[in-house]
Design a protein around this ligand. Structure first.
Ligand code: PRP
Ligand code: MN
Ligand code: MG
Length: 181
């Protein structure tokens, strides 16, 4: 496979290969199985970006759990957060006294996770924790204590692949790629 790919009008280079991703997901699954044994957690994926990570992570979970999704967006395909979050669809189920595990592809500025976490906490769950595939510590603009499980910390460069898009494209790539400046 080539090290560089074109997605829309930009070139990206491979940063994290699929084998590395899958191995890390196995480790995260083991941690989550220990933490949520007997708690019947709800794994709540944030669409669209989470879809591949959610699918692979949930296959590593061996405690009784539920799966749900909500959809919000703030990037609208581009490289900059619009800081205005569009709620495309909300979680309909009652989460009172339930353990919620939010599954995200990336926590970048943190706007999306702050918004969603605040909304969920107001509905009186037993707990809210966040598991994210990627995290950019240098881009964070919020404190998010719920962010407990991070597969990979990365530098502050735009990334695509394995669920993440640029201009709506690139979600189908098996590896994660970063923009070439
Ligand atoms: C991306 C990503 C996270 C969010 C992170 O979603 O999937 O949900 O942005 O950015 P933040 O920490 O700066 O808020 P996006 O709005 O691009 O929608 P998508 O998942 O449908 O691509
Ligand atoms: Mn997203
Ligand atoms: Mg996006």
């Amino acid at each position: 496979k080539p090290d560089e790919v074109a997605v829309a009008d930009k070139i990206f280079k491979r940063m994290i290969g699929s084998e590395t991703i899958q191995n890390r997901i196995v480790e995260l699954g083991e941690e989550l199985n220990q933490e949520f044994e007997g708690k019947k957690p709800i794994f709540l994926g944030i669409l669209n970006g989470c879809f591949l990570f959610m699918a692979d992570l949930i296959k590593q979970i061996d405690v009784p759990c539920e799966v749900a999704f909500m959809k919000v967006s703030s990037y609208h395909g581009g490289m900059e957060s619009k800081k205005v979050i569009t709620e495309d669809y909300d979680l309909k189920m009652d989460i009172t006294n339930r353990h919620i595990v939010i599954v995200e592809d990336i926590v970048d500025t943190g706007h999306t996770m702050r918004f969603i976490t605040d909304k969920l906490v107001a509905r009186n769950p037993a707990s809210v924790s966040i598991v994210t595939l990627l995290h950019k510590p240098d881009a964070m603009e919020h404190q998010i204590d719920e962010l407990k499980y991070i597969a990979f910390k990365i530098e502050n460069k735009f990334v695509v692949g394995y669920g993440l898009d640029y201009k709506g494209l690139g979600r189908n790539l098996n590896d994660i790629y970063q923009v070439v400046q």
